[in-house]
Design a protein around this ligand. Structure first.
Ligand code: GTP
Ligand code: MG
Length: 883
């Protein structure tokens, strides 16, 4: 399966959505079961389409303060993009839509930030999660009866009242202490809901544009803001976006107070190609998600809930192991959470493990120095024996990324473990020079950067000393890459390789579940429709027959439309008549001939020639008292009139050429229309016309079968826009006039040598040359006028044909034709017809629920197949025991 498959799934989802939207169950007659199933199906289709169209997404996860937020900002070239800080800072998920900025853009920048609140349904779900969490944690302390009461506690409104009353009655004293984590979350949620009600703003299900300060309030954990964490305000952006709508009513206080109701913050970022060329990813786009640290004492229950929900849509994980903290079990826990959220088999394939803040690795300075200084060859084995904390970290990182059953395309574990340091990256990129004072202080850059640089250099030395043989597992390169730039270039390359290699498969894996949901939902809708007696009197089987033919017809029209934009502009190719199927001379040739004929008949030429012949004028005898033969100016009126006439004639020639061109396409148009007529019979056509709306739709069909109306359009365009007198003013013509005025013809200094006879033939040659020049100029003028008209006609025909194609493809026409062909009226196409249409449409779509689609017959292991259904152990491949 490929990305093309995903595109098809998205398109099919969109088609089916259109079908369902067209047939809304409204009105009192529709049953609640149908309405619900309809709603669920639409929802499943929406999610499936979203998933199929979604760009590749990568989540950054790990324990708190592993450096996720900072690393993410640096990857995109915006170190201050996200709030960072020494203790748990991130309290909400941030989704970053990262797109490639244009090549001219020197810097990465952010273009918008918004907050998205939980919907009502999500809030209820979160409340149920808290209830179930309480029940699980209090299991051993409550009597079976009370526990059951808790489990059954109804949650129908976004309101904590019931749960709080239960807490006050049963969850007190020491039990309350042991449940403190969940109870605290319940309290925060209660306060958030109260605060929302007080504000009078219906926040649930809403999204709002924010500025930097508000965006910060929406992600930073309470308490982390003032004491900890750097304020990134405005250092990287030229002015915060203006807020409007709901965003304008939000305040920092309200966002902080309602943080438990926030689903996520979304940021749109344009990444400069000089930082990271996102053009290498499908769609030149990536989604990156910054998660809260998953071992924070502040908000563990909520974090896990929110992250669990978001992990669902993530294709791959960057799992950060904090080198400064040593190996922990948080990553394994996260992995389990992820596995629970996804269903794919080889999840390890889609994890990249980063040993982050690597320069903070706890190794005594002298030990490190001794390895760097030693001149003996060094093996991985020796290094890890001397630095066990690195050995442990590498081992736990490799475990994370090693699939139990590696596939041939899996990257080796060594390819998916990286050493990184945001500090080193910041230092090498030089961006620390641009960050704000506050950020610098809070991240303690003045102390951390030099330390990072020093350690990086030492590690770089060690990397260069390490042996490069297979046993080193690439550790030498990992270390030197880390030393070079904090490992970011290596990370970006790995991500690109990863997406190239696994992108399509991972996205399809994830999509598979959404597809199943759709199939299930459509099947339920089908059942509900049939159970409600929803059978229409119209047989919608004609649907396919009609739409297929309409598609062919509009394809032919599209071809005419597209060719008109090119071919009608080519005067060398257009011709105004056809003789016995072959095109006559081109418009260009015709015009050339017209012009030559016209110019050659000017009386002035004869006068000139007569002068040369009869009077045998010899220029040498020309004196001031001699009669001046012909002046150049005398040719001007003839030249001007010829320009006007030839240009005016161009209009008629062009129209004739357009007509011929259209006739060349007529046959295909008629053939496609005839094909449609095999299903839209005269009876069906009459039925279609029997209503006002139908009449209007029916009017399109005769047009679709003939190009005559386009010819009339071309004529109209020429008539309406061409002025009666061609716009050739004297001044313009004068500029084109090829002879210098005020001279006499045909005396040319070259002809003054030789005899009188020589002079005469020389004069004739000059006359011929003048005539050619004159012809060329008139032709030039005529072609310029013709080109203007060609553009006009081509543009007009293109837009007329385009609008007409839209009409042909409009679902209204298809729908009306289907109904008419099936012998019904438009009014019968309500919900009743949906059951049939649904089953027909789904049959050919990516969401078919018919088992036939799986092609069971082609399964070679089925009885009767080429392998005759033999069990493996009886076949020729029985484990090598066959001689
Ligand atoms: N020494 C060092 N400090 C780092 C590095 N990366 C981040 N930090 C610091 O570590 C602290 C935590 O960084 P964050 O990016 O907020 O970490 P996080 O994983 O997002 O933390 P939470 O969101 O709170 O879980 C900040 O003070 C950073 O300045 C690094 O590579 N080296
Ligand atoms: Mg963070």
């Amino acid at each position: 399966m490929s990305l093309g498959e995903l595109a098809r799934c998205a398109a099919d989802a969109s088609d089916l959505t259109a079908l369902l939207t067209q047939h809304q169950p409204g009105g009192p007659e529709s049953e609640p079961a149908v309405r619900e199933a309809h709603h669920r199906a639409l929802e499943a289709l929406r999610r499936a389409e979203e998933s199929a169209r979604a760009p590749f997404s990568i989540g950054l996860v790990g324990e708190m303060s592993a450096g996720k937020s900072m690393l993410l900002g640096l990857l995109l070239g915006l170190p201050e993009l996200l709030p960072v800080g020494e203790e748990a800072v991130t309290g909400n998920v941030t989704l970053i839509h990262a797109k490639a900025a244009s090549a001219e853009t020197g810097e990465s920048h952010e273009s918008a930030v918004r907050v998205e609140y939980f919907s009502q349904a999500q809030t209820l779900d979160y409340l149920r999660h808290l209830r179930n969490e309480l029940a699980n944690q209090a299991q051993s302390a409550l009597s079976a009866q009370v526990l059951e009461q808790l489990r059954q506690l109804p949650i129908r409104e976004p309101d904590c009242g019931e749960l709080l009353r239960f807490r006050d009655t049963y969850l007190t004293g020491a039990l309350a202490q042991s449940l403190a984590g969940v109870l605290q979350e319940l309290d925060s949620l209660d306060q958030a809901l109260r605060r929302m009600h007080e504000s009078g703003l219906p926040l649930l299900g809403q999204r709002a544009e924010l500025d930097d300060e508000l965006a910060r309030a929406a992600v930073v954990l309470p308490g982390a803001d003032t004491e900890r964490g750097a304020d990134p305000r405005g250092h990287f952006r030229s002015g915060a976006p203006a807020r409007s709508g709901l965003g304008a009513s939000l305040s920092t206080g309200l966002l902080r107070a309602t943080l438990p109701l926030i689903r996520r913050v979304v940021r749109e970022v344009r990444v400069a190609p000089s930082v990271w060329d996102l053009g290498e990813f499908p769609g030149a786009e990536l989604r990156l998600l910054d998660f809260p640290g998953l071992d924070s004492a502040f908000s563990a229950v909520r974090d896990q809930y929110v992250c669990g929900a978001e992990l669902h849509s993530v294709h791959s994980l960057l799992m950060l192991l904090n080198a400064g903290g040593g190996a922990k079990d948080t990553p394994q826990r996260i992995f389990r959470m992820w596995r629970a959220a996804q269903r794919a088999d080889s999840m390890e394939d889609s994890i990249i493990a980063l040993i982050s803040r690597f320069h903070d690795l706890r190794v005594a300075e002298p030990v490190l120095k001794s390895y760097a200084a030693d001149t003996q060859p060094l093996t991985r084995e020796q290094l890890l024996r001397g630095i066990p904390v690195l050995k442990d970290l590498l081992a736990s990182a490799e475990r994370l990324v090693t699939p139990a059953h590696p596939t041939p395309t899996s990257m080796g574990p060594a390819d998916r473990v990286l050493l990184t340091s945001a500090m080193r990256a910041l230092s090498v990129s030089g961006r620390h020079e641009q960050v704000g004072r506050e950020f610098r202080d809070k991240c303690d850059l003045d102390v951390k950067l030099p330390k990072a640089d020093k350690h990086a250099e030492t590690w770089g030395e060690i990397g260069r000393r390490l042996s490069t043989d297979a046993l080193s597992g690439g550790l030498d390169r990992m270390l030197t890459d880390f030393a070079d730039d904090g490992g970011l270039a290596r990370l970006r390359r790995r991500l690109r390789d990863h997406v190239t290699r696994h992108g399509a498969a991972l996205r399809l894996d994830q999509f598979a579940e959404r597809r199943e949901d759709v199939v299930e939902a459509l099947r339920e809708l089908q059942t509900a429709l049939e159970a409600s007696g929803g059978r229409s009197r119209v047989d919608h089987r004609s649907d396919t027959a009609v739409s297929q033919r309409l598609t062919v017809l509009s394809a032919v029209w599209m071809d005419v439309r597209d060719r008109s934009a090119v071919e009608l502009l080519d005067a060398h190719r257009l011709s105004s008549r056809r003789t016995r199927g072959a095109p006559g001379p081109s418009l260009f040739t015709e015009l050339e001939r017209d012009t030559a004929e016209r110019v050659y008949t000017w009386p002035s030429w004869n006068r000139l020639l007569d002068t040369v012949h009869e009077e045998r004028v010899d220029a040498r005898r020309l004196r001031g008292d001699h009669r001046v033969p012909v002046r150049t100016d005398e040719f001007f009126p003839e030249f001007r009139d010829a320009c006007r006439e030839i240009e005016a004639a161009g209009s008629a020639r062009l129209l004739a050429a357009v007509e011929t061109w259209l006739l060349g396409h007529q046959q295909r148009v008629v053939a496609a229309a005839r094909e449609l007529a095999t299903v839209v019979t005269p009876d069906a056509y009459e039925l279609l016309r029997s209503s006002t709306e139908g009449e209007r739709l029916a009017a399109r069909l005769p047009r679709a079968a003939s190009l005559q109306w386009l010819r009339d359009e071309a004529e109209k365009a020429l008539r309406d826009t061409d002025p009666a007198e061609p716009q050739v003013d004297d001044e313009q013509v004068r500029q084109r006039f090829p002879l210098r005025t005020g001279h006499i013809l045909p005396w040319h200094p070259d002809n003054l040598v030789g005899s009188a006879a020589d002079a005469s033939s020389g004069h004739q040659t000059t006359i011929a040359r003048h005539r050619r020049e004159m012809t060329a100029m008139v032709l030039h003028q005529a072609l310029a006028g013709l080109a203007r008209r060609q553009r006009l006609v081509a543009a007009h025909l293109w837009s007329q044909a385009d609008a007409f194609i839209d009409d042909l493809r409009a679902p209204a026409l298809t729908g009306a034709l289907v109904t008419a062909v099936a012998g019904g009226k438009e009014s019968e196409r309500g919900l009743a017809g949906l059951a049939e249409q649904l089953s027909l449409r789904a049959e050919n779509s990516a969401y078919s629920w018919k088992p036939a689609d799986w092609d069971a017959a082609a399964n070679p292991w089925e009885p009767g197949g080429p392998f005759g259904g033999q069990p493996f152990d009886q076949g020729p491949y029985d484990g090598g025991t066959t001689p």
